[in-house]
Design a protein around this ligand. Structure first.
Ligand SMILES: NC(=O)c1ccc[n+]([C@@H]2O[C@H](COP(=O)([O-])OP(=O)(O)OC[C@H]3O[C@@H](n4cnc5c(N)ncnc54)[C@H](O)[C@@H]3O)[C@@H](O)[C@H]2O)c1
Length: 283
């Protein structure tokens, strides 16, 4: 199964990163979002990131230019689906929206196209259930920031074929990632462990700990490269909250998001993407 053309749905932090690494590896990429503003933001993110890599000498200036030339932006779902061999969904972490979107994607996609979700925590089989191609459906859980993180979880749904799994594993390696297989339960491996850690950190803030002390403790005493409050700001508080909700639904109340986490999401304190979380990113 030859993958040449990549379609990406959702041009937020993750979709933009996936577009960047795919184009840099030589794939033709079409990326779609609902609004032109989202696409403008995505273009800016990708250009800045590639310029940074070129500035540090990690890629050639010509690699940057050819990667940028391989990415096409659109607001039309049909356009992103029609020629794609692999379609990766990276829209909001909401099962209903993902279901609605995959029903439409399936109608536009080539019969042989592989459909993938970059969901952080929703079981792949559940997302795939609205399509009639479970054997061609898979989870590709990229990590944030996509251009820097080496790992990538590959998740088989109940019906995912070996051919689909193999093609996606090869794709992951071809874009410079080191894939790891994770079992299809809410949160997989990475979100299951990290969401709980970040939720617990929020609880500790409620109890009176300062975010900078929690981060310092985990960085200096536990060797974590980034403390859980900084990590929550990077991931986005709403992503962790939805992850906890999915796990609470499947594994029990012990996984419920802390009320302060919910309150912070409602207040728009999502982290880097809104400029404010535990830390201020507006300056
Ligand atoms: N942020 C992370 O650290 C992280 C890591 C791994 C996986 N994920 C997962 O990736 C997905 C995207 O997360 P993100 O952080 O990039 O979110 P984001 O909010 O930065 O981007 C989501 C984008 O999807 C677009 N969108 C929403 N509905 C759409 C639709 N119907 N059609 C087309 N575009 C649509 C939005 O306009 C937005 O630009 C989520 O499922 C999330 O759980 C996030």
């Amino acid at each position: 199964m030859a993958i040449k053309n990549i379609g990406i749905i959702g041009a937020g932090i993750m979709g933009s990163g996936i577009a960047q690494v795919s184009a840099l590896a030589g794939y033709q990429v079409v990326i779609q979002d609902i609004t032109g503003e989202a696409l403008d933001r995505s273009k800016e993110i990708i250009e800045k990131s590639l310029a940074k890599f070129a500035g540090k000498g990690k890629i050639q200036e010509s690699d940057k230019d050819s990667a940028l030339g391989r990415i096409h932006y659109t607001t039309q779902l049909e356009e992103v689906c029609k020629d794609a061999d692999l379609i990766i969904e990276a829209i909001f972490e909401n099962l209903e929206i993902k279901h609605e979107t995959f029903k439409k994607i399936e109608a536009f996609a080539k019969p042989e196209a592989i459909l993938a979700s970059n969901t952080s925590a929703l079981p792949i089989t559940e997302i795939a259930s609205v399509t009639s191609r479970g054997e061609k459906f898979i989870g590709l859980h990229f990590m944030n920031p996509v251009p820097l993180m080496k790992g990538l979880e590959v998740i088989r749904g109940q019906l995912t074929s070996d051919e689909t799994f193999g093609a996606c594993w090869d794709f992951a390696e071809s874009i410079g990632k080191n894939p790891v297989e994770a079992v299809d339960f809410a949160g997989f491996i990475v979100s299951r462990l990290l969401d709980v850690l970040m939720n617990e950190a929020v609880k500790m803030v409620q109890e009176g700990n300062r975010p900078e002390d929690i981060d310092k403790a985990m960085e200096l005493c536990a060797g974590h490269p980034m403390g859980p409050c900084k990590l929550l700001d990077l991931v986005g508080a709403e992503i962790a909250m939805h992850g906890m909700e999915t796990m609470a639904r499947d594994f029990g109340d012990g996984y419920k998001p802390h009320p302060l986490l919910k309150k912070r999401v409602l207040a728009g304190l999502l982290g880097r993407k809104t400029g404010r979380g535990f830390y201020d990113y507006t300056k």
